[in-house]
Design a protein around this ligand. Structure first.
Ligand code: NAD
Length: 379
């Protein structure tokens, strides 16, 4: 009897046995805003030792070290000096977008594993070069920093789509935005062309794309008609308009392999509350993912499934799943586990290459003012 009832017990993932005596030596490249979150999550891993910090700005890494109690570490003036020191098994690349590629490639070429912040980089060419460096690295792990992937609600969305309950997905609307939310948390590195390379399109657009593309298994993008604008960033009333060099709004119509249409829009600023929820439309049912007010790539409220049961048109509302663990902590922990155990990257570059291909295609099409084909070279 007990064994029958046991079948109804909730199944929890087995608690991982970790070799805590083996410490992973980690370096942080770029000690700006997001580096704080990386350090705080690494500090929760008893089998990680932060051994090195690097930043281009003299004294910044030292001040960071003191502020976040990082302990006894070596300081370096840039990513090359940090990697050349040979101190690190793995690095977090927390630099602005424009130097993601050079930092990640240099680390991978030296066999050092990389947790690379999102967006992967600025252009598709850079993404291809990163993936090739990973392939030739002799087994270094490369994971891309999409923490919403670890959200149980996001995982559920993928499970629903993959379950087949919605039938064949043929149309997707995704994106999000902020009424006013151009990011300038500590300076203007998000909005200058030379540091950010891309604006809302890459910064928060990459999350919207990942939400839906991951759900449907990352099909190849084929063609795109894209649009970008910067009316808010370049408005004379905006305090940083003189240095604003990227997009603050992007929209696109993308054709994906398998006949799927992707309708995308993203905004750092707009005269609207939201440019719309995320919707995946299928032949048997559809799912709506409510947008968040300050778009950060997460699920904004209960998922709603629209389907037909016994001839009735039904809406099923799925309550939000509560999580005890923080998604950022899970992003760091899963990367550490993959490096230590020689496992698969938690967020593999092979998927995010396609994310970057969409972003690159949108930017290219917007610049040319016409639809373009997306070609992804072999890695
Ligand atoms: N995952 C998230 O939730 C999240 C949140 C915020 C930012 N980000 C991403 O993190 C990245 C960094 O954002 P931020 O706000 O911390 O930027 P930031 O401008 O505050 O910090 C970046 C730092 O990198 C340093 N740097 C640049 N190139 C370097 C190099 N070659 N070697 C050493 N240091 C170098 C700069 O001097 C700067 O101090 C961006 O790509 C951003 O999109 C992710």
């Amino acid at each position: 009897m007990a064994s029958i009832l046991d079948a109804f017990k909730e199944v929890h993932e087995a608690i991982k046995e970790r070799d805590l005596s083996k410490k992973l030596k980690v370096g942080i490249i770029g000690t700006g805003w997001i580096a704080e979150a990386h350090v705080k999550s690494y500090q929760k891993c008893p089998d990680v030792e932060i051994v090195a910090l690097a930043d281009l700005i003299p004294g910044k890494a030292e001040a960071f070290c003191e502020r976040y109690n990082v302990g006894s570490v070596a300081f370096f003036p840039d990513h090359k000096a940090l990697i050349d020191s040979g101190l690190c098994d793995a690095v977090s690349v927390c630099t602005y977008n424009a130097t993601h590629a050079e930092c990640a490639i240099y680390a991978l070429e030296h066999g050092v594993s990389v947790l690379l912040e999102k967006p992967m980089c600025v252009t598709l060419d850079e993404a291809v070069a990163i993936c090739r460096a990973e392939k030739n690295s002799g087994g270094a792990v490369l994971s891309i920093g999409f923490q919403p992937r670890f959200d149980e609600n996001m995982k559920l969305l993928k499970r629903i789509v993959q379950s087949g309950e919605l039938g064949q997905i043929y149309y997707i609307q995704t994106g999000g935005g902020r009424r006013r939310g151009i990011p300038t948390p500590f300076g203007t590195s998000f909005i200058q062309k030379d540091t950010a390379g891309i604006g809302a399109l890459g910064d928060i657009g990459c999350y919207s794309l990942d939400m839906v593309l991951n759900s449907i298994g990352y099909p190849k993008p084929l063609t795109v008609s894209g649009y970008t604008s910067n009316f808010f960033g370049k408005s004379p009333s905006y305090e940083h308009h003189d240095v604003f060099g990227v997009d603050d709004f992007a929209a696109a119509f993308i054709r994906l392999e398998g006949g799927v249409i992707l309708d995308f829009r993203i905004a750092w600023a707009m005269n609207l509350d939201t440019p719309g929820d995320t919707i995946l439309m299928g032949t048997k049912g559809s799912v709506r993912v409510p947008s968040t007010e300050c778009w950060n790539g997460s699920v904004g409220g209960p998922l709603v499934i629209y389907h037909e049961i016994a001839g009735e048109q039904i809406e099923t509302v799925i309550p939000m799943k509560h999580m005890d663990e923080d998604c950022f902590d899970l992003k760091i922990r899963s990367f550490v586990d993959a490096v230590k155990e020689g496992g698969e990257a938690p967020v593999p570059s092979s998927q995010i290459l396609y994310n970057q291909a969409n972003i690159d295609g949108i930017a290219r099409s917007a610049a040319l003012g016409k639809e373009v084909a997306i070609e992804i070279p072999e890695i």
